[in-house]
Design a protein around this ligand. Structure first.
Ligand SMILES: N#Cc1c(NC(=O)c2cc(S(=O)(=O)N3CCOCC3)c(Cl)cc2Cl)sc2c1CCN(Cc1ccc(-c3nn[nH]n3)cc1)C2
Length: 447
C-alpha cells in the first residue's frame, strides 16, 4: 500500500495531532490482529469482541500504529468511527491510484464471474481481484487497500446482505464498468423477495458515471429500477450479447458469442458458467483485449475454491458450507444469515460448529460467546466438534438439542443418521477441523 501514516491521518481527519507522525509508508492495514506484521497499521473493528481489546496484541505482533476511537498510549490515529475511516481511506486510495474498477454483483455466479473477468484481464493488465468472500462493507475496502502498487484493473465483488448494501459499495468504489450476473432465486435471506433483490442489485448504478456501462441480464424484473442514464448492455438469448453453439463436455465447455469470432473453451462444466465466461469475454472485449488474449485467459481460469455456497446432500437436504474466515465474527454473521432463512417445507435447521483455531488465550471465551448467536427457537439441532467447542457445549448447559463430539467419524455418522431430505444444515469452522470431509460424505452417499 502506498500511503504514509501522516497522509492516512489527513485523509481520515484524525483528531489527534498528526503533524508529529512520520512520513514512513505503512505496508498494510489489518483488522485481524493475528495478521499484523511489523510496520502495519491495526484497525480495531467491533466483531464479537471490540477490536480495541486487541490493540496490545497487534503491537506485540509488530504494529507501528493503530486506528482508535479512544485515546490509547500506543501510536494511534484518533477517529470517531474506525470502520468509516477505513472506508473513507479506501475511496481516497482508489481516486489517488486511478485504478480502473470493474464491479460485479449478482445472486449466484458473481464469484465465478469475478474470477473469470480477472483471468481475462490478467492477460494484458496487472489485475487484482476480491479474495475469498471479502465482498462486504469491510471486505471491499480491505481488498482496495491490499491491491498491489502497480495494479491497473481491480475486479471487485459486491455482496448484498441487506437493502442499500450495493449502493454503499458502488459509491465507495465508483466503478468504471458494472456487471449484474443473475437476480436471485436462491435463499433470499434478509431481502424478502426477488423484486427486492433486483432493486438491491440495481443499486450498483449509484456510483456508476453516466459515461460508463452496466451489463445486466435480460430479466425484465430490473427494468423498473433503471434510473441512471448509463449505457446498459443486456445479456441473454437474442439480447445485446449472448452465447451460441454451447457444447457441454464432461469437465469443460465450449461456446461462441455474437461479438467474437473465436470458439471459447473453459475448464469447468455447467451451462451457467458459459454465461459467466461470456460476460468475462465481453469485459475483455470492451477493454481492448484481442480474441486470442480472451480465449487464453478463460482457458486458464482459476476459480475461488469452496465458496460459501449451497450444496445438496445425496438425500436432498440443503447444505450451507462456509469455510471462510474462521473467526468469531464470521461465525456470528453466517449464523445470523442461516437463521434468517426460512425453513424448507417440513424441514428442520441443523448447525455444525467446529473449533476456530489460533484464537490464543481468548479462545475458550470466544467459543463460549457463540451461545449469543444461537437461536434455539429456530435451530432444531446443534452439533459441536473440537476441543475448543467444549466451552460452548458447557454454556449450552444440557440443552437436549446440543450434542458434542471429539472425533470426526462419530460426528459424521450421527449427522448421516439424523439428516432428513427437507433439512437445511450449516457447517462452519476452521479448515483444519476438516468439516469438508463430512460435507463430501453427505453429498456422496447417504440414503
Ligand atoms: N471478534 C473478533 C475477532 C475477529 N474478527 C474479525 O476478524 C472480523 C471478521 C469479519 S468477516 O466476517 O470475516 N469478514 C471480513 C472480510 O469481509 C468478509 C467478512 C468481519 Cl465482517 C469483522 C471482523 Cl471484526 S478476528 C479475531 C477476533 C478475536 C480474536 N483475534 C485473535 C486473538 C486471539 C487472542 C488474543 C489475545 N490477546 N491477549 N491474549 N490473547 C488476541 C487476538 C482474532
Amino acid at each position: 500500500m502506498k500511503l504514509t501514516l501522516k497522509e492516512i491521518a489527513k485523509v481520515v481527519h484524525a483528531k489527534n495531532d498528526w503533524s508529529v507522525l512520520t512520513d514512513r509508508e505503512i505496508p498494510k492495514i489489518e483488522f485481524d490482529s493475528r495478521l499484523i506484521e511489523p510496520g502495519d497499521l491495526f484497525l480495531p473493528l467491533k466483531g464479537v469482541r471490540d477490536g480495541h481489546d486487541f490493540i496490545p496484541t497487534a503491537f506485540e505482533n509488530g504494529a507501528f500504529a493503530t486506528f482508535s476511537e479512544k485515546k490509547v498510549e500506543q501510536t494511534h490515529l484518533l477517529v470517531d468511527d474506525c470502520l468509516k475511516a477505513f472506508q473513507e481511506l479506501a475511496k481516497y486510495y482508489l481516486e489517488k491510484t486511478n485504478v480502473e474498477v470493474i464491479a460485479v454483483t449478482g445472486s449466484n455466479g458473481k464469484t465465478t464471474t469475478k474470477d473469470m473477468i480477472a483471468a481475462v484481464l490478467s492477460e494484458k493488465y496487472s489485475t487484482y481481484k476480491t479474495q475469498g468472500n471479502h465482498n462486504n462493507e469491510i471486505g471491499l475496502p480491505y481488498t482496495v487497500l491490499h491491491m498491489p502498487d502497480n495494479t491497473q484493473k481491480l475486479v471487485l465483488e459486491m455482496g448484498m446482505d441487506h437493502p442499500g448494501d450495493i449502493d454503499f459499495l458502488s459509491n465507495l468504489a465508483q466503478p468504471d464498468l458494472a456487471i449484474i450476473t443473475l437476480i436471485g432465486e436462491a435463499h433470499l435471506e434478509f431481502m424478502g423477495n426477488r423484486r427486492n433483490i433486483a432493486k438491491g442489485k440495481m443499486g450498483i448504478q449509484a456510483g456508476l458515471g453516466v459515461e460508463n456501462e452496466l451489463i445486466a441480464p435480460a430479466d425484465p424484473i430490473i427494468n423498473e429500477f433503471i434510473y441512471n442514464q448509463q449505457k446498459i448492455t443486456r445479456f441473454g438469448a437474442d439480447e445485446d450479447i449472448f452465447v451460441t453453439n454451447l457444447v457441454e463436455h464432461r469437465n469443460y465447455l465450449s461456446f461462441n458469442t455474437n461479438f467474437l469470432n473465436v470458439t471459447i473453451t473453459i475448464p469447468v462444466p455447467g451451462k451457467y458458467n458459459a454465461t459467466n465466461a461470456m460476460l468475462a469475454a465481453y469485459v475483455g472485449f470492451k477493454m481492448g483485449l484481442s480474441e486470442k488474449e480472451i480465449k487464453q485467459g478463460l482457458e486458464h481460469v482459476e476459480l475461488t475454491r469452496n465458496r460459501t455456497e449451497w450444496k445438496k446432500a445425496a438425500n436432498g437436504a440443503d447444505i450451507l458450507a462456509d469455510v471462510y474466515n474462521a473467526n468469531p465474527t464470521a461465525m456470528r454473521l453466517i449464523l445470523e444469515t442461516f437463521q434468517a432463512i426460512e425453513k424448507n417445507e417440513g424441514g428442520r435447521k441443523l448447525v455444525v460448529l467446529a473449533d476456530m483455531l489460533e484464537l490464543g488465550n481468548q479462545s475458550a471465551e470466544l467459543h463460549a460467546k457463540m451461545i449469543e448467536s444461537l437461536n434455539f427457537e429456530i435451530l432444531d439441532k446443534v452439533y459441536l466438534y473440537g476441543p475448543m467447542m467444549k466451552s460452548l457445549y458447557q454454556v449450552a448447559n444440557g440443552n437436549p438439542n446440543v450434542s458434542y463430539f471429539t472425533d470426526l467419524e462419530n460426528l459424521s455418522a450421527t449427522i448421516k443418521k439424523d439428516l432428513q431430505p427437507n433439512d437445511q444444515i450449516l457447517f462452519k469452522g476452521s479448515n483444519g477441523m476438516k468439516l469438508f470431509n463430512v460435507i463430501e460424505d453427505l453429498e456422496k452417499n447417504i440414503s
